[in-house]
Design a protein around this ligand. Structure first.
Ligand SMILES: NC(=O)C1=CN([C@@H]2O[C@H](COP(=O)(O)OP(=O)(O)OC[C@H]3O[C@@H](n4cnc5c(N)ncnc54)[C@H](O)[C@@H]3O)[C@@H](O)[C@H]2O)[C@@H](O)CC1
Ligand SMILES: [K+]
Length: 510
């Protein structure tokens, strides 16, 4: 099994992994040759020979560029190399790589992108920490209107690998070839969209690197958890498969809770109850034959209500209605210490007093804020208020509130109070439509009700929900996400069973 295949590395951790390789006898030159050749192979696989320009920077990113130029030339491509630094000023592995080129070298200032059909951007890699300047900035600007192919080595120049943020102008990129493990810029917004297609290539860093380099997070992947309830005990009955309660809003506002409850049923909870006031009971009961709607006593402590229903988990917030009652209900439910999903109104209602929420939460709670809800609870951890990337900001939020935080978006980050964090990009922009968050909350609730630990329930649900989203065609809505959930659950769990079976037969296979 390769060492932490889903790890995400900052630029400095990547440097430590490189150093580990060197300490194990794999030289920097070998790593650079492997990196350059992997990038060249990716180009050769995708494009027929054409006029190419390789833009080489002053450091090791540029070093990769010199190797790429040689490989493309060896394959018969017409290649020109443009360099930012004098070749005589290069040092280390980059100087070695440049020495292998042996052809004409042009200053970067002489490069006109439109003279070439393919550009290799090997100016700066993941360690870039300030905006591009001079000729590099001019070319990045020109690339915005360039209609040829632009391939980035490691990261598009101008994009910070760690912050995934744009500093000034970034090369417009069709494909990014990166090495060993993903960096935050390949996964977090807006970096992910700016990288184009991302291809991850091994460069021969030996297993054991993670003893020296600490990942900043993990890419969410089915290798990391099992779909809860995918194998149903032959003796199971509805009550043994988890009892999920979903709090509903008043009459005319129960749709969000019903979406969550339906996702709870599909996610495998054996008995799902929607709890509502008297006025909304008919609306809920008449919407689905299989949904159980029960009235709760408005003044009863909500923890007692959940206990009376023998809830193994609860979802609170979708369409619940903001007001003092909801605040009291959330705090009372937290006191029961059963796993809880808090979403939407159950988060926003604490905007004026986030600490009152944080004091009540426990480690089996999962908060599912989108950007607006996150900003209400953690105003000092927004993108504008805090220098950290979304991984760091979500991790701090989870630590502060003592619960699992699922910070939703195209780059959903899941963080646990102990500092572990996962990034999910297995999703689709078609999920950006009303009600899909309610479906996600219900699915997490279903997994919690079946006994999954909070962070696993969150990671599994985010992935399966994303998988359902990827199955949507044009016109997809939260209803069609629900309709796709069974196929998504089946596909993800079948893939897990197959992989486990292969590993049993061939324990040494990845
Ligand atoms: N052994 C290694 O370290 C390997 C490194 N590899 C490549 O090396 C790259 C990292 O190399 P480096 O650490 O040399 O970094 P870069 O090549 O990205 O940057 C080189 C230098 O430019 C400086 N710089 C940063 N931002 C700048 C700006 N806006 N304007 C001007 N200068 C700026 C940096 O301080 C750094 O000294 C990776 O992205 C990867 O492509 C690969 O060859 C694999 C092996
Ligand atoms: K680059």
């Amino acid at each position: 099994m390769s060492d932490q295949p889903h790890a995400i590395l900052t630029a400095s951790a990547m440097g430590e992994a490189d150093s580990f390789a060197v300490s194990q006898g794999v030289s920097g030159q070998v790593l650079m040759r492997n990196a350059g050749e992997a990038a060249a192979r990716t180009i050769l696989r995708n494009w027929a020979p054409r006029e190419a320009a390789v833009l080489c920077g002053p450091g090791n990113n540029g070093g990769d560029g010199w190797i790429i130029a040689q490989r493309l030339r060896d394959e018969g491509w017409p290649v020109r190399v443009f360099t930012l630094a004098q070749v005589s000023g290069l040092s280390g592995d980059a100087a070695w790589a440049a020495a292998g080129w042996g052809g004409p070298v042009h200053p970067l200032g002489d490069c006109r992108l439109s003279d070439h059909a393919l550009i290799v951007d090997a100016l700066f890699g993941a360690g870039l920490n300030r905006p591009l300047e001079g000729e590099a900035a001019r070319l990045a600007q020109d690339s915005q209107g360039y209609d040829g192919v632009c391939v980035a080595v490691d990261t598009p120049s101008g994009l910070s690998g760690d912050r995934a943020a744009v500093q000034g102008v970034v090369f417009r990129t069709d494909l990014t070839v990166t090495f060993h493990r993903y960096k935050p810029a390949h996964l977090l917004s807006p970096g992910r969209a700016l990288c184009g297609q991302v291809v991850l290539c091994g460069i021969g860093i030996p297993d054991g690197w993670s003893k020296q380099a600490t990942p900043c997070a993990t890419l969410n992947h089915p290798d990391l958890w099992r779909v809860p309830g995918a194998r149903i005990d032959p003796d199971a009955h509805k009550h043994s498969r988890g009892r999920l309660c979903v709090l509903a809003g008043g009459r005319g506002a129960t749709g969000a809770a019903r979406l969550a409850a339906r996702a709870g049923q599909i996610g495998g909870a054996g008995f799902v109850t929607v709890l509502s006031g008297q006025g909304a009971l008919n609306e809920i009961a008449s919407s689905s034959e299989s949904l159980v709607a029960r009235q709760y006593e408005a003044d009863a402590p909500f923890g007692d209500v959940l206990e009376d229903h023998r809830a193994s988990a609860a979802v609170m917030g979708p369409g619940a209605g903001i007001g003092p009652r909801l605040k009291a209900q959330v705090r009372s439910a937290c006191g029961l210490k059963i796993p809880l999903v808090l979403d939407a109104d159950a988060l926003s209602v604490f905007e004026d007093a986030p600490d009152a929420l944080f004091e009540s939460l426990h480690a089996d709670c999962v908060l599912t804020p989108h950007g607006g809800e996150f900003a209400r609870l953690f105003p000092d951890l927004t993108e504008t208020a805090h220098a950290g990337n979304k991984i760091e900001r979500t991790r701090e939020a989870a630590r502060r509130c003592g619960a699992v935080v699922v910070f939703k978006g195209a780059d959903t980050v899941i963080a646990a109070p102990d500092g572990e964090a996962w990034v999910n990009v297995h999703a689709s922009a078609r999920l950006a439509t009303a009600g899909t968050g309610d479906v996600l909350a219900g699915l997490i609730g279903a997994f919690l009700a079946q006994g999954a630990p909070a962070h696993e329930a969150a990671c599994a649900a985010v992935y399966v929900h994303g998988d359902a989203g990827r199955r949507l065609g044009p016109g997809g809505t939260a209803d069609t996400v629900l309709a796709q959930l069974p196929q998504a659950l089946d596909a993800v769990s079948q893939a897990q069973f197959r992989k486990a079976a292969v590993q049993r037969l061939n324990p040494h296979m990845v």
